[in-house]
Design a protein. Sequence first.
Lengths: 206, 487
Amino acid sequence: MSSPDVFPSGPIQSVSGSALVLRGDDIDTDRIIPARFLKCVSFDALGDQVFADDRTELAGDHPFDRSENQAASILIVNDNFGCGSSREHAPQALMRWGIRAVIGESFAEIFFGNCLALGIPCAAADHELISSVQDAALSSPGGIWTLDLNTLSLTGSDHQAHSLMIAQGPRDMLLSGRWDATSELLAAGSQVDQTHASLPYLNGFR
Amino acid sequence: MWNVLNDDPLSSGTLYDKVWDLHRVAELPGGSTQLFIGLHLIHEVTSPQAFSALRDKGLGVRCPERTIATVDHIVPTTNQQRPFEDPLAEEMLSTLERNCAEYGIKLNGIGSGRQGIVHVIAPELGLSQPGITVACGDSHTCTHGAFGAIAFGIGTSQVRDVLASQSLAMNKLKVRRIQVNGQLSEGVSAKDLILHVIRTLGVKGGVGFVYEFAGSAIETLSMEERMTLCNMAIEGGARCGYVNPDQVTFDYIKGRPYAPSGDSWERAVAWWRSIASEKDAVVDDEVVFDAPSIPPTVTWGITPGQGLGIDECVPTLDALEPAERPIAEEAYRYMALEPGTAIAGVPVDVCFIGSCTNGRLSDLRAAAAVARGRQVADGIKAFVVPGSEQVAQAAEAEGLDVIFRAAGFEWREPGCSMCLAMNPDRLDGRQISASSSNRNFKGRQGSASGRTLLMSPAMVAAAAVTGTVTDVRTLGISAPMSNGIAV
Ligand code: SF4
């Protein structure tokens, strides 16, 4: 199980921990972190504010508030999770709360990329599989689940190995620890200059 | 010359393929492509942590002249005196000012005459051009696709990457052509068209795709209408949308501050023409729409895909696909709208005209054509927020502010305003708004229980003067409302 203040680093082979089930399609990043919390110049305080308005509405009964979920690190969601605003504040808030992997039916692209840049795998499976994993996780609260990126499988309290999908590129980046792209992008400095010099619109259209 | 490259990438394919090939720097070990970013736009909300990360890593900004900054999300629209009343907003702007000064980045600040919503100012300054790549820490960056640019939203870690390396790790998307044939009917705008497309293809229908908007309906749209259209590609799940550049595009760009001029103008136009999709370009998917059959379209629910023609009723559960039912049930509850309710006639509390979707001059003209000679209905709060200082000035020069004020609308200073309510403009409690913005998510407009109905600016003005959702075509506006004020 991961501690909320130790953020991912280096190669990520697997994520283990208890699961937090959050049902619903099309959960947008405005719900994950409402806009008023974006008035900040650092991400530090976002962990407490994750799903702030949904949690207020459910007055203590939101999955992120239930006592059995407080140590959870694997979030299990449904379809098109993280759609809407590109705000990285959304995965930052999830990460600072303690989430280290997200499993769902599908993810919005920008959200997926933002998670990857933080070392948080987002792995997908079809509706039936996700529903059955959600049922299993809810029926044994606190049970430990493991997402294995080598075998692309999820195992847990239902004692089955479920296979998941994550595109080859992102998976390799996580496994090799190259998910933080900055150093690779910087390594190609001279090629960046070449491209810069070859683009008509940066060179008087000549 | 650009057209004598050995491996000529301009000779085939879609605009997307050509732009991708021209900007490819390297293939990265992780399997993604390093893509050069031609234009980087930043604002106060998603950049501070990126600059902090640069400092932590001891990195500089590689091409400060390719990054342009503005302030839009947190600015108040009533009193823009510094320091702002809200200390957090003031801290965000002063942080941006410090970062821009330190790294030599041009900031179009308040009072510069060029400040405004990032997706409004880049086009009006002539920064948005065909064939370029544009990145910005904002999902509506797809707006710049209206010029035939490949433009997409990124997160803060990627803002850091662009600052440090002028490039990004990206994976290539598939191309879906959205072919729209015929002409939109009078009173039906680009906003109605895109709400109709999203309603039809769903909010995640475009995931994995870039949308190429094409066909006779698209070719006759003005640049501002094309921006409205591309702006909302992301609401359909497509990270980018674009329109192939043509004479309409070139005429818009000509003479703007960052536009090519002198000798290079002709060369620019020739290159821009060459970058458009070839007639025989193969796309991965195509969906055809019939423009004349599209009605004014309004959302009723909590996703931009929950749209209705103005004559329709909130759908009943059995009329929906099983997969859409849970979110429809959530929407009935949240919006307090019963299935079967006609959307026309639903009362509203607040009417908001503005945002990067519909805060440009033509949008304000379309709304003013409706407001002129009418009065905002009793009990309705209605306000107009120009998308930029330039829009505000141009609108004031032709007296639109006078028309709005006379009709009982408030006329505000430029900014994002109640599109996402990071400034003092927000809904209160359960208030319901008619809004020309792009998102109707729960809580989007600043109240955790506030409700939003998305529609065109003319339709928002119609709702303001009647107090309820109203088909603007029934108000007897004589001139074409989608592109100009009634004369
Ligand atoms: S107007 Fe709205 S959608 Fe556009 S940039 Fe501002 S907050 Fe984002």
